[in-house]
Design a protein around this ligand. Structure first.
Ligand code: SF4
Length: 458
């Protein structure tokens, strides 16, 4: 295979993005620099020479998904298939580099969260050894996090919207969470870099920005000595072509009057918040090392809804935390009935090495965890349906993202639907043809059981 040495375009690479939006952004960046280096980035594992698996690794289910993906790609490795080299990057590599290289011999290189920027050199090295039977494994996992790999003009894998990373890592130390071990403490990305990248994204015709970090409400404290998310929203909303800016992954104590005022008065900022509260019992919130309690959550929700009555609020909770009694669980359900989140994601506690909760006494049995998980979902179905029905008859602007499989409806999202995690709006447009990525005015006319909404153009 002599032409590898001379022509990168003959080297076909597939990148798989597992886990969260931050991982997707890192994958888009790696894909962009590999293409700039002349490699052929395709989306076809069996036809690839090299596969890069950008992994998640913060809880058991994510680790399992990553290992399954690695083993699946390994099935296409020579001599059975075309794949010659496998690179594992991201959070699983950051946490378990030696284990991966020892227990998964098909893996040729592991790249930690501070080494996405080395992807071109690593690929070049692996390509130079592609004909050799034996070659040294590559382990680049020193250091943690950072932004050095972020290119301003990254190639987007999403359509009609773009994720925008504003920070990395987390300064909180929730007792169940491994993310600070993997991504380090919170580091804000310089505002001018974020605004410059947003300008380039707007220039591509993308109208919706979705801000991502482990805790977006923390933005600026480390870099500017003060919470600066409001200022960033003002700067981003000044960019021509941007119509909607969405704030994801907030922390309740970071939802300040200043931020709410900016969100309420800035026409480009979606009246949407994603604020994981994790639990509803003060005893469990304390054991989780969470900084907020039920009273604070209640008062912040009241403040948000007073300033933005139409605000759609998503949250995440966890069941089965060590020591969670039936009483704690009932307290959480009571508070969820009161707080009426529009959307909710639920996790089952998974003991993570290196976290304080890993070997706490009072670990809950799997059956009880699963029963509580199911109960939360049953409860939330009622609440979400009730909340969605309140929007029937209202008028809103929808970002048209695609056409339904049956071709009858356009599929879109308004300020109230975040990409990838929320329901959608099916839009009927009798009069005119609609363009993907454009915003149109609609009237919401119905709501399905899965809380998808139906609307007509107006
Ligand atoms: S806020 Fe807590 S749960 Fe969220 S990433 Fe930080 S440490 Fe983990």
């Amino acid at each position: 295979m002599e032409n590898y040495a001379i022509d990168n375009k003959n080297v076909k690479i597939t990148l798989l993005a597992l886990g969260c939006s931050k991982n997707l952004i890192d994958c888009e960046n790696m894909s962009t620099v590999l293409k700039d280096a002349g490699y052929s980035v395709i989306n076809d594992v069996p036809a690839s020479d090299i596969v890069v698996i950008n992994t998640c690794g913060f809880i058991e289910s994510a680790k399992k998904e990553a290992i399954d993906a690695i083993l699946e790609c390994a099935e296409y490795k020579v001599p059975n298939g075309n794949v010659k080299k496998i690179i594992v990057s991201g959070c699983l590599s950051q946490r378990y580099p030696e284990d991966i290289l020892k227990e998964l011999p098909e893996v040729d290189a592991v790249l930690g969260t501070a080494h996405y920027g080395d992807i071109v050199d690593v690929v070049a090295k692996l390509v130079s050894e592609i004909d050799e039977a034996e070659s040294d494994k590559i382990n680049l996992t020193s250091g943690i996090g950072g932004f050095s790999h972020l290119v301003k003009d990254r190639e987007l894998s999403t359509s009609g919207y773009a994720w925008l990373k504003i920070g990395e890592g987390c300064r909180h130390r929730c007792s169940f969470c491994a993310i600070p071990l993997i991504r380090g403490t919170f580091v804000s990305r310089p505002m001018e870099d974020i605004v410059e990248e947003a300008g380039i994204i707007a220039h591509k015709g993308v109208k919706e920005l979705v801000l991502a970090a482990q805790d977006t409400t923390n933005y600026g404290i480390d870099l500017y000595g003060r919470r600066s998310l409001s200022e960033l929203l003002r700067k981003l909303s000044a960019i021509d072509g941007i119509e909607m800016i969405r704030v994801m992954y907030g922390y309740m104590d970071g939802i300040t009057p200043d931020l709410i005022e900016e969100m309420a008065n800035n026409p480009k900022v979606a009246h949407y918040l994603d604020i994981p509260v994790q639990h509803g019992s003060d005893k469990i919130l304390k054991a989780m090392y969470r900084r907020d309690n039920a009273e604070l959550i209640t008062s912040r929700l009241e403040m948000i809804r007073k300033a933005m009555p139409d605000c759609i609020i998503r949250t995440t909770v966890m069941v089965g935390f060590p020591g969670e009694t039936e009483e704690d669980f009932q307290i959480m359900k009571e508070n969820l009935r009161k707080w009426k989140f529009d959307r909710l994601g639920c996790f089952i506690f998974s003991p993570e090495e290196g976290t304080p909760a890993y070997d706490l006494p009072g670990q809950i049995d799997d059956e009880t965890k699963q029963r509580r998980y199911d109960e939360i979902y049953e409860l939330q179905k009622e609440i979400s349906a009730e909340q969605s029905k309140k929007r029937i008859g209202t008028v809103t602007r929808v970002n048209i993202c695609s056409v339904s499989d049956d071709g009858i409806f356009y599929v879109g999202r308004s300020y109230g639907e975040s990409p990838e995690v929320d329901p959608v709006i099916y839009v009927a447009s009798s009069e005119e043809e609609l363009n993907i990525g454009e915003f149109v005015d609609v009237k919401i006319v119905d709501c399905s059981d899965e809380y998808d909404l139906t609307a007509v153009t107006i």
